[in-house]
Ligand binder design. Structure first.
Ligand code: CA
Ligand code: CA
Length: 102
């Protein structure tokens, strides 16, 4: 299968994307679900500790630091927790670092 069109290199068909073994980039939805799964006390919001565990499971280099940054970025109302409606900002923050699963 010809997967690289030399006349217009940018139009690579999505059907040409092969399933590569190994880690795959995590999607926004998966990331959101992952964060939610770390709400261990099920109060509908993520504490710094829960965030730290989430980032640790995502393979963050310094989970504690990531959690602090993520929290201060996403915590719009400043209560020290990332609630459900603040989660989108956290996901956007985390997406920038290209976490993978697998
Ligand atoms: Ca919680
Ligand atoms: Ca908050």
């Amino acid at each position: 299968m010809l997967c690289f069109n030399h006349s217009s290199p940018k139009s690579i068909s999505s059907t040409c994307r092969r399933k590569t073994p190994g880690p795959v980039p995590i999607t926004e939805a998966q990331l959101k679900a992952t964060f939610k799964s770390f709400d261990v006390n099920k109060d509908g919001r993520l504490s710094k500790e829960e965030l730290r565990n989430a980032f640790a499971s995502l393979g963050a280099y310094i989970p504690r630091w990531r959690a602090s940054r993520g929290l201060s970025l996403a915590d719009g109302n400043g209560d020290g927790y990332v609630s459900d409606d603040e989660l989108d900002d956290l996901v956007k923050y985390a997406m920038k670092y290209g976490y993978t699963i697998g």
